[in-house]
Design a protein around this ligand. Structure first.
Ligand SMILES: Cc1cc2nc3c(=O)[nH]c(=O)nc-3n(C[C@H](O)[C@H](O)[C@H](O)COP(=O)(O)OP(=O)(O)OC[C@H]3O[C@@H](n4cnc5c(N)ncnc54)[C@H](O)[C@@H]3O)c2cc1C
Length: 519
């Protein structure tokens, strides 16, 4: 009987939510509107019409079934119409954009406030002298399941890396390859010094193990240890750990010690087995741009930094959360607030709510240096990733971006991308460049490398949250009344983790709003 009642309650909740969506009107205070309309890059997402209430401007959101609705507004509205101000999303990285996409698909209006001048957060691309410079070396793995639901891969025109790597060890290069995609190369690699034959068999077994589990099973596995402990437990030799796993996964996690949770290792290992490593032809920044292009025009507001959030912890509270912008303006949201900023910023804005005291772990940092060369003046033409398996030097990995996606540079030029793990505080950019050139001269010959021209260096202090065990990737997004958190620090430090977290925050907000309407 109780179950039956619950069932009815849910149906009623859903029906009233749908009904509410059909009739609901939203309001925003006149001062806010005045401020927003004055800001340089700001336009409100919805045309507004004045109501009889002098302090409120009312606007109506017309429900649409597609992800990209056009908005329709009444000529005049009654002051009795129920009003709610739109959801506020803080942050336009992948998590904020995924939350926005989900709200939009449910016809729920939102305003996304982004501190910088564009979407993408950590996933952005700059155009410099005709080259596409991703802000740090990033690869898009096609097997990310949330990304598969949200993105149009064809439109991204994804260009594949070779599925394997070339490892610099003992003064020479050794190829490791995926036996399922390049069988003969993997047979040839059996005898190379990167790992023993048992190591190569163990890689196959690890692949089988992760492929038999769902993502949820992997990310909540009870046997969580560090990646290094897992590799040792599996039985991998020190040579394959040092020459392959440390540069490869250390470059993915920005953690050469491999203290990162084994759950993330298994998740990435599975994605690598199922998908391709790729780059979008227009740069990694094309991914957030594609998501943003499907949102209602004007719903994204740039150059708007939120400096504080005011909200109530009390679940019974009736006061709506509000945000204060750098300009001093205050925006209130009756539908709720989604905080989609990176971990250090979330810690500031939501002090005490997102991190248990004493659990703050050091950030993961990286430096990425770009060089340009004549296309004839690089050693290979294949889209392969080079890893430093020597255990010496500061270069962790590098590749020729124009070999993967020729659109990353002008027709006759090559783009060289070199990544370091860590922040190298206290070492200036010129010294880093000199050291990188010296090391790569050992790899490829000094006359070639010295002909390359340094283009730009990106130092990324907070590249990823530290994901050493324990990892809790299923935290409740709700941290206070009407306030929800998302971002890669709430799930996994991956594109997919950020996208999943954004959807979860939007779902929790919509669920709470539906329930409060039933009440
Ligand atoms: C160099 C590098 C390489 C990576 N490589 C990979 C990879 O190969 N594969 C992979 O899956 N993942 C990779 N990642 C991780 C991945 O990029 C992140 O996990 C993901 O992009 C995080 O998205 P997010 O939305 O959680 O955070 P962010 O992208 O950091 O977005 C947060 C947004 O909030 C905005 N913001 C912050 N404070 C405020 C404020 N007060 N008011 C308003 N707006 C604010 C910021 O400007 C930003 O736009 C890499 C990351 C880096 C840095």
């Amino acid at each position: 009987m109780e179950n039956q009642n619950n069932g009815w309650l849910q149906v009623l909740a859903r029906l009233s939510f749908q009904l509410y969506e059909k009739i609901s009107h939203f309001s925003i205070s006149q001062t806010n509107f005045h401020h927003l309309s004055q800001m340089k890059l700001i336009t409100l997402p919805f045309p507004l019409s004045c109501s009889s209430n002098p302090t409120l401007l009312r606007f109506k959101f017309k429900p649409q079934s597609s992800l990209n609705p056009t908005l329709d507004f009444p000529k005049s509205q009654s002051a009795q119409t129920p009003t709610k101000s739109p959801v506020i999303i803080i942050g336009g990285g992948l998590a904020g954009l995924a939350a926005a996409t989900h709200l939009n698909s449910q016809n729920t209006p939102f305003l996304l406030l982004e501190a910088s001048d564009a979407v993408g957060g950590r996933v952005r691309t700059d155009v410099v002298e005709g080259f596409l410079l991703d802000r740090g070396f990033q690869i898009f793995i096609t097997a990310y399941s949330e990304a598969q639901n949200l993105l149009d891969y064809n439109a991204l025109n994804l260009r594949k890396f070779y599925s394997g790597a070339r490892i610099y060890y003992d003064g020479r290069f050794h190829t490791v390859s995926d036996p399922l995609r390049d069988f003969w190369a993997s047979v040839r690699s059996l005898a190379n010094p990167i790992g023993s034959i048992p190591d190569k068999l163990l890689i196959g077994l690890t692949r089988f193990r992760v492929l038999t589990k769902s993502d949820e099973e992997i990310l909540s596995s009870g046997e969580e240890v560090s990646t290094m402990e897992l590799l040792r437990k599996i039985g991998f030799s020190d040579s394959v750990i040092g020459r392959f796993f440390q540069p490869f996964f250390g470059g993915i996690f920005f953690d050469k010690e491999l203290g990162t949770t084994s759950r993330l290792f298994d998740f990435i290992f599975k994605c690598l087995a199922l998908g391709d490593n790729t780059l979008p032809s227009n740069g990694i920044g094309a991914i957030p741009q594609q998501l943003a292009a499907k949102l209602p025009s004007g719903s994204l507001v740039f150059n708007s930094r939120v400096v504080s959030i005011d909200f109530d912890d009390d679940a019974e509270s009736l006061s709506s959360p509000s945000v204060r912008l750098e300009s001093g303006e205050v925006l209130k949201s009756e539908l709720g607030l989604i905080v989609a900023v990176e971990q250090p910023e979330a810690n500031k804005l939501l002090a005490g709510k997102v991190n248990e005291p004493g659990r703050i772990k050091p950030d993961r940092s990286t430096v990425c240096l770009y060089f340009t060369a004549d296309r004839a003046n690089i050693p290979v033409s294949d889209p392969v990733l080079f890893l430093n398996g020597s255990g010496k030097g500061i270069v962790n990995n590098m590749f020729f971006a124009t070999n993967v996606a020729p659109s990353y540079g002008p027709a006759d030029k090559a783009l060289v991308s070199v990544s370091l793990v860590g922040y190298f505080e206290g070492v200036d950019d010129d010294d880093l460049t000199t050291q990188v050139v010296r090391e790569l001269s050992d790899w490829f010959g000094s006359s070639m490398v010295r002909s390359w021209r340094h283009l730009r260096t990106y130092r990324i202090k907070f590249a990823q949250p530290n994901q050493c065990p324990p990892l809790n990737s299923t935290r409740d997004p709700r941290v206070g009344f009407g306030v929800y958190v998302c971002g890669d620090h709430w799930t996994t430090a991956t594109f997919d983790g950020a996208l999943v977290s954004g959807r979860r925050a939007a779902e929790a907000l919509l669920r709470d709003n539906a329930l409060s309407r039933v009440d």
